[in-house]
Ligand binder design. Sequence first.
Ligand code: SF4
Length: 405
Amino acid sequence: MVITGSWREKPLTISVKPNCLTVSVEDPQDADVFSYDYAGRLWTALFEGVSYRRGLDGKMVAKWRTPGNERERRWLPPEEAAQVEARARQTAAQIWIAIQAGNARLAIPLPEAGMTVFERVIAFDAALSRADAARYHQVYKPVGILPPDQYMAVVLQATEGCSFNSCNFCSFYKDRPFRIKRHDEFRAHALAVRDFLGAGLSLRRTIFLGDANALVAPMPLLLPLMDVVHAVYDVERLGGIYAFLDGFSGERKTVADYQALAARGLKRVYIGMESGNAALLDFLKKPSKPAEVIRAVQAMKAGGVAVGVIVLLGAGGHLYAGEHVQDTIKAINAMALGMDDIVYFSELFVGEETAYSQAAYQARLQPLSPQERIAQGEAIEDGLRFSIEGGTPHISRYDIREFIY
Ligand code: SF4
């Protein structure tokens, strides 16, 4: 329900959706827009031309466009994030007081749900925000990364860490040993996450089984874990289950396995293929061969599970660039991807301390510039061919620096 009105001589719009409350004070030059989940947490904010997004861990990223239309971002220090939250809360409080006092005119009355969220937003003060972020850290091991279309998922850490942890460009789970959670432990985790999200669960769209390689769990362990998800959450309403799978040299899942997982709501698996070039994968210390990735994708699709294939732009610098483009095109074209699938182009961003940087130094690699990385993605995309019957997968950028949960 969208309610228009005015407040302090400015147009006011209050949107009460089943999953969030959005308040917009529209000064034509400078709109202030704040969205909150049903637990009262700030979700997004926009003012003075900068948009903000608060993660469940309390961290906040600011994004804006430069005069040259370049995208910029900055992670706010805690005190700045608190100021943004305070501004959002105070705006909601002032509007709520004005509505009650008859000093804000609304075309129709605010529904009950809207009143409840206003009260929760106002109650979600700095202390509650800090406590909420602290609770996140009790419920979760920090969520390292998600595919961009899964940032609004309910993450459930069925496993922790990565079963390979070998890739020289990846530092997401270096200090987190891989383990599969016990059934009772995972059930307690799933319940704790539900409790933590509270009414904010309505803002979440899917279930994401974390961490990096949940699907590596053998089927006799994995199926009961998926049953736990169903016991605690309405998977159908949330839009199904999603997960990463990386590295295919260990136990391989069959078409029948994927059928069984699809029957339990698995919708899409995200695979960090990185490249279709075997030599580059060796250089990256990636625990899979292109042929294994292609076979795994074919098994998933035959089992009724869609895929998201992630390609690492700039990997291997100029030394590998030609083969990276050609072999990645070949590999993706061999996967028979369709309209339910996604191809993500993710630029390589590595710190100097990573094993990749050391290997690149020893190999005297010349890195690709940002423009060359983009051009590499375009060259790969130009070579992709999809069937008319299957349709074209969604092709998108994946900037890991923007990840927020
Ligand atoms: S398999 Fe994936 S999560 Fe594991 S180290 Fe490699 S890139 Fe990182």
